[in-house]
Design a binder for this molecule. Structure first.
Ligand SMILES: Nc1ncnc2c1ncn2[C@@H]1O[C@H](COP(=O)(O)OP(=O)(O)OP(=O)(O)O)[C@@H](O)[C@H]1O
Length: 359
């Protein structure tokens, strides 16, 4: 993954400025529909940036503005400084060659082989056959399909079809790759392989990737930045790690809660109470990251405060390449003890959330 901290924030590849998109009413007497309602967002060059949202949030509409398939009602869309909304004819075709796109259903031509599918954008651009071959074969090799050059899409798995889609999208040397739910039709393992391939391409070619998805897992694995969309607006954005760690908006919190392995395990949820009975323990979720990830803080908590700590559940994971852990613990709910524990957490920089009480 590109080292985000080394990237200047002021080097945008893609900028949405005050973008709205209103579709006209299709029936008499109905109002038009505002699919985008004032989007301001910048995708820095060289990043893999995610846009996540539920169905109908406006993600696909946003993407269609980037390659000029739709025009915004208001606002500007700048690709590497060029305002797409002002382009038409030849200049729009040139822009489209610099913006690659991959899709959920791959959009391959079933009557063409792997080679011919990947070659298509270059044939359309009028490149001679010899030059096409020289350009295409390394790309097909890069996506791991050099033994399938002469196969037809029907002979390929979903993951292999998406690899063809990726090679085809790269054929015109784009500076920006748009991925619209490109892994949504794939199983989890194949999804991981495709995301790994996108990360490799991002790293090796320096390609900026805008990844549209409804799956937090995809955002977690592949992106360094994320914007959360709801109702045609970006409701929260930032570095993926920060958004996962401290989600601010209810939409983000709901999307995160639906991820397997996050939130409280079901058996704890069934036990948790809002107020303590005498002798109950406080239930606290600790989040470890950065410097706190590899320190023996629970041992210190036990030693320094003389606390009996029960470990209820725990996971260690990675978000955007950084270690991240979750530990649910329980200890005496005596007010004095809880106060001391809070002071300890504040001192050590641990994120601690008191989630309730258990017996
Ligand atoms: N051409 C159109 N005419 C009228 N309404 C449209 C049109 N295209 C999209 N919409 C509406 O705009 C809203 C946003 O659609 P969009 O496809 O951008 O959402 P999305 O976040 O990509 O959802 P999904 O993941 O289901 O594709 C939806 O309510 C949709 O019905």
């Amino acid at each position: 993954m590109a080292n985000e901290s080394a990237l200047p924030e002021t080097d945008p590849m893609l900028v949405f400025e005050g973008v709205t998109k209103e579709f006209p009413a299709t029936h008499k007497g109905e109002n038009g529909f505002k699919a985008l309602n004032g989007v301001d967002y910048t995708v820095p060059r060289g990043t893999i940036t995610g846009i996540i949202g539920r169905s109908g949030a406006g993600k696909s509409t946003l993407v269609r503005l980037v390659n000029g398939l739709e025009k915004p009602t208001n606002g500007r869309v700048l690709v590497d400084g060029t305002d797409v909304t002002k382009l038409s004819g030849g200049s729009l075709r040139t822009l489209r060659r610099s913006v690659g796109m991959i899709f959920q259903h791959f959009n391959l031509l079933s009557s063409r082989t792997v080679f011919d599918n990947v070659a298509m954008p270059l044939e359309i651009a009028g490149m001679p056959a010899k030059a096409i071959k020289a350009k295409i074969e390394p790309l097909i090799d890069m996506v791991g399909l050099s033994d399938k050059l002469d196969r037809y899409p029907a002979e390929l798995s979903g993951g292999q079809k998406q690899r063809v889609g990726i090679a085809r999208a790269l054929a015109t040397d784009p500076k920006l790759l748009l991925s619209d739910e490109a892994t949504s039709a794939l199983d989890p393992e194949t999804t991981q392989h495709i995301l790994d391939l996108l990360k490799t391409i991002n790293r090796e070619l320096g390609l900026t990737v805008l990844l549209i998805t409804h799956e937090m897992e995809v955002v977690k694995t592949a992106t360094s930045r994320v914007a959360v969309m709801d109702g045609g607006k970006i409701v929260e954005s930032g570095r993926t790690f920060d958004v996962f760690l401290r989600p601010q908006h209810a939409t983000t919190q709901t999307l995160l809660a639906s991820m397997p392995g996050t939130g409280l395990p079901d058996w704890i949820k069934r036990k948790v109470k809002d107020s303590p009975a005498p002798g109950d323990d406080a239930l606290v979720r600790l989040t470890f990251f950065g410097d706190t990830a590899d320190q023996p803080l629970v041992a210190r908590l036990t030693k320094e405060l003389g606390l009996d700590v029960r470990i209820m559940s725990g996971t260690v994971d990675e978000i955007a390449g950084d270690p991240f852990g979750n530990l649910v613990i329980a200890y005496s709910a005596e007010p004095g003890v809880m106060e001391q524990a809070r002071a300890f957490f504040a001192k050590t920089g641990l994120v601690a959330e008191e989630v309730g009480y258990v017996d």
